[in-house]
Design a protein around this ligand. Structure first.
Ligand SMILES: C[S@@+](CC[C@H](N)C(=O)[O-])C[C@H]1O[C@@H](n2cnc3c(N)ncnc32)[C@H](O)[C@@H]1O
Length: 307
């Protein structure tokens, strides 16, 4: 966590130089430029099959091996590998740079919205894959670095990765919780796996059209199971109320694919909190399909006064 701006200009110059130097020394980079970078622009299916096979053989490059010729062009993929391998060492610089790289990959990925499945080089969809493959990973990373580096916390805090139910147990009176719980009946790991691999720096062998890692690397959540989502949310809200925590929760108004809806969530909340409800006309992603206008409820919840 940092409470100061990071000078992204100097950081970028040195990171980019290191990445370019890294690439210069690698024979695979030369092959990518020579064999594929100009060829795929001819847009034949054969080229894509050939480049996928080539990338699959790039075992020393986790992003190229897993996603080259799928979510990313071979060039984009090996550039992401180079930027990953040359991340700055100092903690703050490293985490800002990694965040910028994840941001860049998310903007360049050839997939609709989240990284659930890449576009395929079919007659109708190839314009989307190739449109994304033309994006410059370095430019996107430099822009993201500027944006992220200029923002900082006003007060040093900490971030924790854990199950929401566990975090709720540690909270106390005076804490304010913001919850944006799952509304998809499909586990979110399906949408984030490519970005998670970049965050971790590696993944096990991927398979299928979506290039998914094995199930052990794809977290499952009760909130995304129709049969368990209501009970999971109820337990979470009960714990928060017992710990006298104030909560702000957002949820789509209409019925969602995990079986919940704004009114179901609101009824659950009213069991444990005094609830103020606002409905807003926002936009939310349908995770894969195009963005559609939709209403969302914002619940502001105060725990009942202690008897
Ligand atoms: C609707 S999304 C929130 C999106 C987020 N507000 C954003 O802007 O990226 C729900 C999130 O809850 C996470 N999630 C699912 N089960 C969870 C659990 N048991 N504990 C904590 N987070 C969980 C999912 O991975 C997903 O990122």
């Amino acid at each position: 966590m940092r409470n100061k701006i990071i000078n992204s200009d100097t950081l970028w110059v040195s990171w980019k130089n290191d990445a370019e130097q890294f690439l210069k020394e690698k024979k695979e980079y030369g092959q990518v430029i020579e064999k594929y970078e100009s060829k795929w622009k001819k847009n034949t299916k054969m080229n894509v099959k050939e480049m996928r096979d080539f990338c699959d053989g790039c075992t020393a490059y986790p992003i190229t091996k897993a996603y080259g010729g799928h979510y990313f062009s071979p060039l984009q993929a090996i550039q992401i590998d180079a930027l990953l391998s040359t991340l700055p060492i100092a903690a703050n610089e490293r985490s800002v740079s990694l965040a910028a790289l994840i941001h860049s990959a998310s903007e360049c990925a050839a997939s609709p919205g989240h990284t659930a499945q890449p576009f395929q080089p079919t007659k109708t969809a190839k314009k989307y894959s190739f449109g994304a493959w033309k994006q410059n990973v370095f430019d996107h990373a430099a822009n993201a670095l500027k944006k992220i580096g200029s923002r900082h916390a006003k007060k040093i805090g900490r971030s924790v990765v854990c199950d929401a139910a566990d975090m709720a147990k540690d909270l106390k009176r005076g804490d304010l919780v913001f919850i944006d719980p799952p509304y998809s009946g499909v586990h979110y790991s399906r949408f984030y796996h490519v970005l998670e691999t970049i965050a971790r720096g590696s993944c096990s062998n991927v398979e299928g059209v979506g290039r998914y890692p094995p199930p052990s690397e794809r977290p499952q959540s009760d909130y995304s199971l129709k049969t368990k989502s209501k009970e999971a949310l109820k337990t979470l809200l009960k714990t928060l109320s017992e710990n006298h925590v104030k909560v702000i929760l957002t949820f789509p108004k209409e019925k969602t694919s995990n079986g919940l809806s704004g009114s179901v969530v609101s009824s659950l909340a009213k069991k444990y909190f005094t609830v103020e409800q606002k409905t807003v006309n926002g936009r939310f992603s349908t995770l894969g399909k195009k963005h559609v206008p939709a209403y969302e409820v914002i619940l502001t919840m105060k725990p009942f006064a202690k008897k």
